[in-house]
Design a protein around this ligand. Structure first.
Ligand code: SF4
Length: 470
């Protein structure tokens, strides 16, 4: 049974896409590992399928170069990304692992090949010649949410999970069995599993760092103006909401800012506006190659922070314990979708991104609001039920339109799903979470490929935009 940690579902990284940016970046780092100890003298990269069709807009070529340069997406200084890439373009040299340089012309050494490889629509192959005469060729699949699978190797994910979880879960049914047997909440079940991988102190520290990164991302997005990169001229709007909601009051730092939000009038319209503001802020940062938390993908990175920020700001006396509970619960729902269906837009359309993040946020909020485990599962089910069939059709392959606004919709549905679940009797529910996960998978299989992150259908072809040549 696949074991997925909360730290596989939530990963600190760089926008704009988990499958098209983070995954290829991780694959490049994995390829470097394969050649470790042997000097590369030349290297080529082939991007296949969806990675080719929307790879330019999603920054896949940039991610591959940064990975081959040995930068870690968790810690790279995002402000310097342009400088690193401009240097490759200008000098036609790629500094492998920041140690030695090889000739590299991005337009020639990175090929975009529109056909799919059989393993997955997001595939990439690295071909390198080494100093000792050896030729190394490896293919990787970016299977969504930053998870990467090497061809011929079943192990996916980014962590070594050799420990065995005491409460293994691959479906809602399994989870219900453990909930009945132990009397624990969903977050407590996840915690027991996590404890086989790391100490309680490390779990708390890691989850709070994820929250801190989410907060910093919202704060930065709320205070950044201008136009997003990529040529669509999409204007950033989160700062407008922020200024309007705070009546133009300036705050000195993030704590000051959060404290001010906590004392604004929590009227219906203010709360709804803040949900949109928080989600827009994250996804504008994501589109600008900013620091985000994959949750469970980058395209949908705004939904969970938006709902968690709402909870922390508008419900009294909330603290670190609530953050940890929220994230543990949400991670379990994300992992159920990954195991039973997909979190890859190239496999399942946008239901796999916004739909899953909405279900995760609904579940986290419901547990923190005192819902029973059954209500938590219903909340996740309701949120996904109303995203079934949602297509992925990013204009110009950029994670901007419809992606940024789509996060606000996912967050609103998560909030509504939680409210419905908290006033529902779970024994009367007609649709289970397992039902909806299975339906999502079938819908994904039935969907035409043009609606699966190819920019060959939907808004991507019906909205004409002229992007200037760069
Ligand atoms: S449309 Fe949805 S799935 Fe597609 S890139 Fe945008 S957020 Fe991701």
């Amino acid at each position: 049974m696949e074991q997925i940690s909360a730290f596989d579902i939530f990963k600190i990284g760089v926008g704009p896409s988990s499958s098209h940016t983070m995954g290829p970046w991780v694959a490049a780092l994995m390829f470097l590992e394969q050649t470790r100890g042997n000097k590369i003298i030349d290297i080529r990269v082939k991007l296949y399928g969806s990675l080719a069709k929307t790879g330019r807009g999603h920054g896949t070529d940039i991610a591959v170069m940064l990975g081959l340069m040995g930068y870690d997406p968790k810690s790279i200084k995002t402000k310097k990304i342009n400088k690193y890439i401009n240097s490759v373009d200008k000098n036609c040299l790629l500094e492998i692992n920041r140690t030695y340089s090889v000739p590299f012309i991005p337009q020639e050494n990175i090929e975009f090949i529109y056909k799919n490889l059989p393993g997955h629509p997001n595939a990439l192959t690295f071909i390198a010649h080494l100093e000792d005469g050896e030729r190394v060729e490896e293919t990787y699949y970016s299977v969504g949410g930053g998870f990467v699978q090497r061809e011929g190797n079943n192990v996916s994910g980014t962590e070594d999970h050799s420990a065995i979880f005491p409460y293994p879960v691959s479906s809602e049914d399994d989870l219900r069995k453990w909930l009945r047997k132990t009397g624990l909440s969903i977050s407590e079940i996840v915690l027991q599993n996590e404890l086989t991988l790391r100490s309680k102190e490390d779990i708390d520290k890691g989850l709070l760092l994820i929250w801190e990164t989410m907060c910093a991302c919202i704060h930065k997005g709320c205070h950044s103006k201008g136009v997003l990169p990529g040529g669509l001229d999409v204007e950033r709007r989160a700062h407008r909401f922020n200024d309007k909601l705070l009546n133009g009051v300036h705050t000195k730092d993030i704590n000051d800012w959060m404290n001010l939000i906590k004392v604004v009038n929590p009227s219906f319209s203010n709360v709804v506006n803040w949900i949109s503001c928080f989600a827009l802020a994250v996804n504008e940062e994501n589109a600008a190659f900013g620091r985000v938390v994959t949750a469970p993908t980058n395209g949908a990175a705004g939904v969970i922070p938006s709902i968690l920020m709402l909870f922390m700001c508008f419900y009294p006396n909330k603290g670190d314990k609530d953050v940890i509970r929220f994230l543990l619960t949400a991670s379990e729902i994300g992992s159920l979708f990954k195991k039973g269906s997909t979190i890859s837009a190239a496999m399942g359309g946008c239901q796999a991104e916004i739909g899953v993040s909405s279900a995760m946020a609904a579940a986290g909020l419901t547990e923190c609001m005192g819902g029973t485990p059954e209500q938590v599962l219903i909340a996740a089910e309701i949120a996904m039920e109303h995203h079934l069939g949602l297509t992925c059709d990013p204009i110009n392959g950029l994670v901007q339109v419809p992606c940024i606004e789509r996060n606000t919709m996912g967050a609103m549905k998560a909030f509504t799903a939680c409210q419905i679940a908290l006033t529902s009797d779970p024994s009367k529910a007609k649709v289970s979470l397992d039902n909806v996960i299975k339906t999502m998978k079938q819908t994904a299989l039935d969907m035409n490929d043009k609606y699966k992150e190819t920019s060959e259908g939907g808004l991507a072809i019906n909205v004409s935009v002229v992007v200037p040549e760069c």
